[in-house]
Design a protein around this ligand. Structure first.
Ligand code: ASP
Ligand code: MG
Length: 446
């Protein structure tokens, strides 16, 4: 069994859906995991907040925009009148349900339900389209197997119990299901956070012990650097699971930040492929094989750095425990950490509890906060750094103020913190210094 996941852009129009159909049809038995058509989730979120603040008119406009988009797509996609009539009836009912749900009190549960409707409708359209083209598929409701535990994290054992029996029809069919959609521990419809369809795909892959998980997007796999910030990027053919996990976590937008572990746990390769160019080799993520010295660079924005300076750290072994306890109490993960004799610097990307954290830390020393920072993460094989990679990295950045450096925590990641205003310059300078991609954009000289 293999798992094929198609993102929002791959499902973004009738033409793109036909393309996806052609790709799916040439595979054997598989589970097809679909995102909502591009743009729909954003609009649903907008509609939800409009209804929440009581702007019903704007909310209705958003829903109408979404409905038109689906209807226009179906008119173009379906060839026979009877299947077109059937899908229009389905849309009528689906939007009837949506309007009914938002006419009552708008709770968080209503919003959670609302924002996965893009996936629910897109998968239904695609499955009906397969039917029309003579390739029947089984449409699985992801809320029936995708589960979150009490901490709001995917509950893989629960998914493993539910999903395989649902594929019990011999497992040699094409199953279509929704990414992103799940059910939380209270039994309410919920989601796997933005970009979560990748996570759905790897969780499904792990639960059915798939041979391969293919993630189809609209670029040729993982790039060596951020293509939005740097002109000369190239795709990476191979990555280890650890490297891919670091790159996804530290900002490579092609993969959901947490989606690697389910595949890694059962050693299932993840293949990143391009719907626009199916013959392109893309990126293969798997264990073993040759390692590169320096593989890729990613950057993560909206980072807040906190420095705690205390005379008490000197000879005081309990200091770090007290500091970490504050972050535990506020359920805020720490990304990077560096220490000196008298102070600790660390970074967080979720600053909703920042005031509370700072208040609690002030008991232990002077606290300084820097917002709008970016973590730049260089991924590769840095085991004992036999190639002098650290020197090459620093050498590439002679004029960029570096706020923190983290080296040695993992053998495949060297990360540093810069002000977000310097990020673009840093990424370009590293592209030149590490990959010898010599086209230096004009502003790099300024
Ligand atoms: N549709 C969801 C989003 O836009 C999930 C996904 O596409 O992965 O975030
Ligand atoms: Mg995505």
């Amino acid at each position: 069994m293999i798992v094929l996941k198609f993102g929002g852009t791959s499902m973004g129009s009738a033409k793109r859906m036909e393309e996806v159909f052609r790709l799916v049809k040439r595979e054997g038995p598989c589970v097809v995991v679909l995102s909502a058509m591009a743009g729909i989730t954003d609009k649903l979120i907008r509609a939800g907040s409009n209804f929440k603040i009581g702007d019903r008119e704007e909310g209705q406009n958003d829903l109408q925009w979404i409905r038109n988009r689906f209807e226009d797509t179906c008119v173009e996609l379906f060839r026979q009148k009877v299947s077109r009539d059937t899908i229009m009836l389905f849309l009528e009912k689906a939007f009837g349900d949506i309007v009914f749900r938002v006419s009552g009190e708008i709770t968080q549960e209503t919003i959670n339900w609302l924002i996965v409707q893009g996936e629910m409708i897109t998968s239904h359209i695609f499955s009906d389209y397969m039917q029309e083209r003579g390739f029947p598929s089984v449409l699985l409701d992801a809320a029936g197997f995708m589960r979150l535990d009490e901490a709001g994290e995917p509950d893989l054992p629960a998914i493993e119990r539910r999903l395989p029996p649902m594929l019990g029809l011999g497992g040699d069919l094409i199953y279509v299901t929704q990414g992103f959609v799940c059910m939380n521990h209270r039994g309410e419809t919920d989601n796997l956070k933005r970009g979560g369809s990748d996570y759905s795909a790897t969780l499904i892959g792990a639960a059915v012990r798939a041979e391969m998980i293919e993630i189809w997007t609209d670029i040729d796999g993982m790039q060596n650097n951020d293509p939005r910030e740097v002109e000369n990027t190239f795709s990476i053919r191979r990555l280890s699971f650890d490297e891919a996990a670091e790159l996804a976590y530290f900002g490579a937008k092609i993969l959901h930040p947490a989606c690697v572990w389910p595949a890694q746990q059962f050693n299932i390769p993840i293949w990143l492929r391009n719907t626009m160019d199916p013959e392109n080799p893309g990126t293969m993520i798997r264990s073993g094989g040759e390692r590169q010295q320096i593989t890729a660079i990613a950057a993560k924005d909206h980072i807040t750095a906190i420095r705690i300076r205390s005379g008490r750290m000197l000879n005081t072994y309990g200091f770090l425990v007290m500091v970490f306890k504050v972050f535990e109490d506020f359920q805020t993960p720490i990304d990077m950490i560096t220490t000196s004799e008298v102070s600790v610097s660390l970074t967080i990307d979720n600053d909703i509890h920042l005031d509370g954290i700072v208040g609690a830390l002030e008991k232990y020393g002077a606290v300084e906060v820097d917002r709008d920072q970016s973590i730049i993460c260089v991924v590769g094989d840095f085991l004992v750094d036999r190639y002098g990679s650290a020197a090459r990295i620093l050498h590439s950045l002679p004029d960029i103020p570096i706020r923190m450096i983290s080296y040695g925590g993992s053998q495949n990641n060297i990360s540093f913190l810069v002000s977000s205003a310097d990020k673009k310059r840093a990424l370009n300078a590293l592209n030149v210094g590490l990959f010898r991609m010599t086209k230096i954009p004009d502003y790099a000289h300024s």
